[in-house]
Design a protein around this ligand. Sequence first.
Ligand code: PGA
Length: 252
Amino acid sequence: MRKNIVAGNWKMNNNYQEGMDLAFEISKLVNALPSRNADVILGVPYMLLNDVSSVANAEGIAVASQNVAAWEKGAYTGEVSAIMIKSTGAEYVILGHSERRKYFGEDEAVLRDKIALSLQNELKPIYCCGEVKEEREAGNHFEVVEKQINEGLFNLSAEDFSKVVIAYEPVWAIGTGLTASPEQAQEMHAHIRKLLAGKYGEEAAENTTLLYGGSCNAGNAKELFANPDVDGGLIGGASLKAEDFIQIITAF
Ligand code: PGA
């Protein structure tokens, strides 16, 4: 059976002390929950991976990197490899986020390399996909997401694919306050699951966690997560406030 997951994506917002304070606060609140129906992941900047892992792992919270180098090792000044990330205690890596695609020109070719290196080093990819506003308005959103999944993931063996989490994040909803409606999220997630079933079989598709991302917050998480194919969220802005993030974690 697939897992529910609530993952925070802190992006480039906190300095070291702010990040550690947030990690302590979230860990304390998670610890105080009588029960929870979702795994929790904190997607933090490189310089926080090690110390946030120390704090969060003790409460059963996993940590994700927000990126990884496309090379294994060597003379790549400024880059951080999958081996390095793994050595911090991180378990996941967020890949293909629309901000990486837009500002850093990441396409499926480089993402395939990053996914492969992550998997080789036992880091689980959280693979992001989603259409921009014009593509939705033109009615091409299914096609766009299909292409991103097909070209980014479908070269993986069934075994490797079983480690992947997919996040559907309509770009027009990220950081804009415009959330996809529960119907729009469900419709796309069902579509993605059908694609996965076609490639890897019904059981693999049923076992894959599909997250929704894009202005998901304490107010709308319940409605979004109530859909049968929405297994949690990738949360940006609302993951920076511990109380809000906890409300999202408990929205199942
Ligand atoms: P948001 O970001 O929740 O601030 O819209 C989501 C994301 O980019 O992963």
